[in-house]
Design a protein around this ligand. Structure first.
Ligand code: BTN
Length: 322
């Protein structure tokens, strides 16, 4: 049923506003005209505006502004990511939900919510997630040791950077996982994993992208340091197209990550980074250390040249530019 629906949406979208007859659709999808009509009705009930013009056929007028699986998949060019998409109008947290299904689901499963009620950021902070953003978690099952899991945060950052560039923005990466535009945070990444001693069972890569909403919708205390895509561009962007681009870019980097040495991705990350070369203060639950960020370690940590000249690898912590 779902596959036929995806094919039908693809067919109607490709017709570019011209009518396609029920007979043509039936032939292409190998279903009866009655079934075509049933699918059309089912799409209409989901909020698709499909005009039925007697004697001519069906025209797709508009699609609902939701990241519905069949809509994302209709133009998705991936082999691993997004074959299974679980969409919710509202969830507490896509990462939390993804973790409940991760064990029994295939790699590449995507969980997406229009709104998150208890979106989580790093270090126990809330992540405010109103309608218009992209709140998405992806289940990955790479054969890696847990010490290398934070590399995937960098991989996620690279994918977001490419997708933002493709819509005309100039993003940069702030270690460990913030994507900035004009110095303000536009995306955060929360990587969580389940692992045995020497093997990762699964990773949930959660990404929150401030897309089509006004920065005013964010709480006052983070407003100054945050931005959204629509505020930066002065216009709304196609969320579906953005999600497809994100999944496509992520898959390219993920395949590279699994098959090639990590150094190349590290270099790419450094090229897009806003952090390397800067004087920074790193705050962890147990200490605070100042120095200059001089590179990224093979496990995705920050290499910090401390004021006494020695170098320390910081695996996690809050990074403040000073
Ligand atoms: C950060 O603090 O920078 C990380 C924010 C990560 C937010 C995303 S939104 C989708 C996914 N679900 C969550 O609850 N959090 C992540």
């Amino acid at each position: 049923m779902e596959n036929k629906k995806i094919e039908l949406i693809r067919l109607l979208s490709q017709a570019d506003g011209k009518p396609i007859s029920g007979e043509q659709i039936g032939r292409k999808l190998e279903i009866s005209r009655t079934m075509v009509w049933k699918y059309i009705q089912s799409l209409q009930s989901q909020g698709y505006s499909i005009i039925s013009s007697p004697g001519k056929g069906y025209i797709l007028n508009s699609v609902p502004d939701f990241l519905l699986p069949e809509l994302v998949q209709a133009g998705l060019e991936t082999d691993i990511l997004g074959k299974d998409i679980r969409h919710f109008m509202e969830l507490e947290s896509t990462n939390d939900y993804a973790k409940t299904i991760a064990k029994d689901t295939t790699e590449g499963t995507v969980v997406v919510a229009e709104v998150q009620k208890k979106g989580r950021g790093r270090r126990g902070f809330d992540w405010v997630s109103p309608h218009g953003g992209v709140w998405i978690s992806i289940v990955l099952k790479p054969s890696i040791v847990s010490a290398d899991a934070s590399r995937l945060t960098l991989v996620g950052g690279l994918a977001v950077v490419d997708s933002l560039k493709s819509i005309g923005l100039t993003p940069s990466l702030k270690w460990p996982n913030d994507v900035l535009v004009n110095g303000k945070k536009i995306c955060g990444i929360l990587t969580e994993m389940e692992a045995e001693i020497d093997r990762v069972e699964y990773i949930v890569l959660g990404m929150g992208i401030n897309l089509n909403f006004n920065t005013e919708m964010l709480p006052e205390e983070i407003r100054d340091g945050s931005t959204t895509i629509s505020d930066e561009l002065g216009t709304y962007v196609d969320r579906l197209e953005f999600v497809r681009s994100l999944l496509y870019n992520l898959e390219q980097y993920y395949v590279h990550f699994k098959t090639q040495p990590f150094e190349e991705l590290m270099e790419r990350w450094i090229d897009s980074s806003d952090t390397i070369g800067r004087k920074v203060r790193i705050v962890t639950p147990s200490k605070m250390v100042d120095g200059r960020a001089i590179g990224i370690s093979p496990s995705g940590g920050l290499l910090l040249q401390k004021n006494n000249g020695s170098t320390e690898e910081i695996l996690s912590g809050r990074c403040i530019y000073i």
